[in-house]
Design a protein around this ligand. Sequence first.
Ligand code: IDP
Ligand code: MG
Length: 155
Amino acid sequence: MADIQKSLVLIKPDAVQRELVGEVITRFERRGLKMVGMKLTLLDEATLTEHYGHLADKPFFADLKKFMMQTPVVALVLEGLDVVNVVRAIVGSTNPREADVGTIRADLSMNVPSNIIHASDSVESAEIEIKRFFNDSEVIGYDKMTDKFHFGEGV
Ligand code: IDP
Ligand code: MG
């Protein structure tokens, strides 16, 4: 049974530098995902240490955090049916050179860490990550005429 879920996306500094923010958001909008949170935000080291905690023992950890602080990122909360898996599929695998053609990472990037985008990898991490970057009042539920196509019976 499909669930309405939320997912956290960060459009990374490489995409901001390369003026790809609009392109990335357009892909999500066209797919029918609903933006319920959006902000430009400069990340600090403490937030990144927490966010990338699963990579703390990797040799690239310090460089990854430095990369993520180069410019502000654009943080999004997306809502939709099974949105966590849908977003990961739109984003593609971590190494852009191994990602499927048609995914954001394969179409727009060539390397790590500069792979355009972060997306939550499970419903549980999405809940934690949304709280990491957004206050409750910054995630805004609203009706859209297209909800009936993307969320409901489709008629
Ligand atoms: P994900 O972003 O696809 O979920 P994770 O394994 O959670 O992948 O890694 C988080 C981020 O760390 C990646 O998106 C990438 O920017 C960076 N990263 C992952 N592996 C490497 C690496 O081997 N070298 C440099 N950066 C890496
Ligand atoms: Mg990850």
